[in-house]
Design a protein around this ligand. Structure first.
Ligand code: ATP
Length: 262
């Protein structure tokens, strides 16, 4: 990963990782998640999900590939055209990418955040929502409210959708998501964009747009793309969306991993 893409250290006072370390950025990210675990934003299983992501990121050379950039460009166009886009935030995403999420919502102020957790507790959901609000996010909902709108096909607490949030969305962005819910969202008719380092995951295979890249890198690149697209015409944005083929993007990502070019 490019060291200029600063992943700022948070609680590494007990650590001493030199910036010259070849895995510096990866280790900084790991420590963001450890901090999220210690402060109760993320669960212990989040660390395991992160490890799966790290393995794919290693195989991808910890960089943003052209296939991811194309998916990001389409995501930007779709977000600009959406009336009610919602970003579903879980413990991993909040721990790893809180500042990147804030930069994104400051660039696209119609973007609503909704906290939705696999291992749901009211306390953790409230903590994540309060954390994002404290950093400056204007619209933060929680999925598990009463009464909630129920997403068919999901048995866990993740089936709950806030009546003002995801349930009303015309575009749902998910990151580090599990396949059951992504699939259920697609089956319920939602347009789904997934950030997932594994192009073979059920989430990546099910989503309409799959951004195969690391979440913090994606959110930074997406914010930059949205800024560039602010002056791009509706016609160009529409043709970008029309010409996009997610199957081909996934094939290119799988080929990149299998080529073993590293
Ligand atoms: P699926 O249910 O979609 O087949 P899974 O069971 O492999 O996926 P989970 O463990 O539920 O996946 O979710 C984690 C997913 O997120 C994995 O595909 C993992 O590669 C990916 N992932 C982990 N960390 C990151 C990250 N920082 N950025 C992007 N993707 C990540």
């Amino acid at each position: 990963m490019n060291k200029e893409q600063d992943i700022s250290p948070r609680i590494i006072d007990t650590m001493d990782i030199p910036t010259s370390h070849p895995r510096y950025q990866s280790l900084m990210l790991r420590h963001r998640l450890i901090e999220g675990f210690k402060t109760g934003l993320a669960t212990d299983s989040a660390l395991l999900a992160h490890g799966r992501g790290e393995a794919f990121d290693y195989l991808l050379g910890e960089k943003t590939w052209d296939f991811a950039q194309e998916a990001i460009a389409v995501t930007s166009a779709m977000l600009i055209q959406a009336k009610r886009p919602v970003f579903s935030v879980n413990g991993n995403t909040a721990s790893l990418a809180d500042t990147e999420i804030i930069d994104l919502v400051k660039t696209l102020d119609k973007l609503i955040l909704e906290v939705n957790l696999f291992y749901h507790t009211d306390g953790r959901s409230q903590k994540i929502a309060a954390h994002l609000k404290s950093l400056g996010a204007p619209h933060v909902f929680e999925s598990a409210v009463n009464p909630a709108v129920i997403l068919p096909g999901v048995d866990s607490a993740r089936r709950k959708m806030n009546p003002q949030g995801i349930s009303q969305a015309d575009l749902v962005l998910v990151a580090i998501e599990d396949g059951d819910r992504a699939n259920a969202l697609v089956n319920a008719g939602y347009k789904v964009i997934a950030i997932d380092l594994n192009p073979m995951s059920r989430t990546a295979q099910t989503a309409h747009i799959s951004i195969v890249d690391e979440t913090t890198r994606v959110l930074k690149a997406l914010t930059d793309q949205l800024k560039r697209d602010a002056t791009v015409s509706e016609d160009i944005l529409s043709s970008r969306i029309k010409n996009y083929d997610n199957k081909k993007i996934l094939d290119r990502a799988i080929t990149a991993i299998r080529s073993g070019s590293l």
